[in-house]
Design a protein around this ligand. Sequence first.
Ligand code: COS
Length: 379
Amino acid sequence: MDFNLTEEHRLIRAGVREFCEKYVDPIAEMTDDEAKFPADNIRKLAEQDWLGIPYPQQYGGAGSDYLSYAIVVEELSRACAATGFTLEVHTSLACFPLFRFGTEEQKQKYLLPLCKGEMLGAFALTEPGAGTDAAAATTTAVKDGDGYVLNGSKIFISNAPVAGVIVVFAMTDRSKGTKGISAFIVPAGTPGLIIGKHLNKMGIRGALTAEVLFKDCRIPQENLLGGEGQGFKIAMMTLDGGRIGIAAQALGIAQAALDESVRYSKERVQFGKPIGTFQAIQWMIANMATDIEASRLLTYHAAWCYDQGLPYSKEAAMAKLFASETASRQTDRAIQLHGGIGYIKGTKVERLYRDAKITEIYEGTSEVMRMVISGNLLR
Ligand code: COS
C-alpha cells in the first residue's frame, strides 16, 4: 500500500494552487459578496485543460484520472467553493453521463466541446416535488413523431444559466416507476427550454443556480441518452461520481478553515500570548486536522476505486457523508476560534461556514448517503 501521490498528482496540485493564488483568491470575496459568476476564471480553467480532466483526449479531455480531478476540485474549493462547484457540476454531472452512456455521435457533438471548455454543462433531475425522492419526478417526455416533447419544471439546477447543454431527466412512462424515467440531451436555445429565476443562495453564491422550465420543448430522437427507461440508473450512476466531487469540495472548504485557523492562532494575542499557546485552541486545531485528514483519505480512496474500475457507490457516499459533515463542523469551529471577527462579513471563515452547509445537502443529502451506505451493507 502506497499513500504517496504520484508526480502527476503533485504537479497538478501545485499547478492549481498557483492558479488559485493568481486568479481565484483575489476575487473570491467579491464573487461571494456580489453573487457574481467567475466567468473569466472558468475560461482560464478551460485554457488549462481542466474542464475534462478524467475523460479521454479523443473527446477533448485531459486523459487524466479521477483522483487528479478530485485534487483540482479540492484546491479550487479551498480558494473559492463556488468556482470548485461550477467545475464539479460540469465534469461529474454533465460530462460523465455523456461519456458513459452517449453514442459516438453524441460524444463528438456534446462531450467534445464540453471537455474542451467551449461550453459548460448542467444536470436537471431535481423538481419542486421530487428532491430526495428522485423517482417522483413529474416532468414528462411524450413520444411525438421522430422525437419527444418535454413539459414540466426543474429546480436548483446549477450552471443552468450559463450551460450550453443540459442533461435532463423526464418520465417517458409513469406506470413503470424508476424504469419509466429517461435521460435527454437538451442544448441551450432549444425552443420551449426556459431558464427561470436565479436563486439567491446562502453560500457558493458565485455559482449560478436556477429553475428550468420546459414548455412543449421538442427534442429529436437522437438526443435520447441511453435507452428509454434507463434514466434513473444513469442519474444514480452519475451522482455516485458526483459525490466524490462534492467530498473533494467539502475537503477543500474544511482545509481552508484549518489554514485560516492555524494562521490566526499564531497571530492573535490574548493574555499576552498567541492564542495557539492555549490548550483549548490546540485541541480545536488537532480535531480539525484529524477530521480533515480522514476526509481526504476517504475521498482519495473513493476516487482511486473509480480509477481502478472497482465499485465506488458506497465509497463515494462515505466520503461525501464524512467530508461534508466535517466541513460544516470544522468551519463552525473555525468561527469559534476566530471569535467576534469570524462573524463579520469579509472574514474568510464566515464565507467558508456558509459554503460548507450545502455540501451536506446537494447531490444527495447526508440522510441519502446513509441510505446508500447501509443499503450496500444490508442487501
Ligand atoms: N447505480 C446503478 N443503479 C442504481 C443505483 C446506482 N448507484 N442506485 C439505484 N440503482 C438502481 C437499482 O439497482 C434499481 O434497479 P432495479 O429496479 O433494476 O433493481 C433502481 O435503480 C431503483 O433503485 P432503488 O429502489 O434503490 O431506488 P429508490 O427510489 O428507493 O431511491 C435513493 C433510492 C433515495 C437512494 C435515490 O432516489 C437517491 O439517490 N435519491 C437522491 C437523489 C439525489 O441525490 N438528488 C440530488 C440531485 S443533484 S443536486
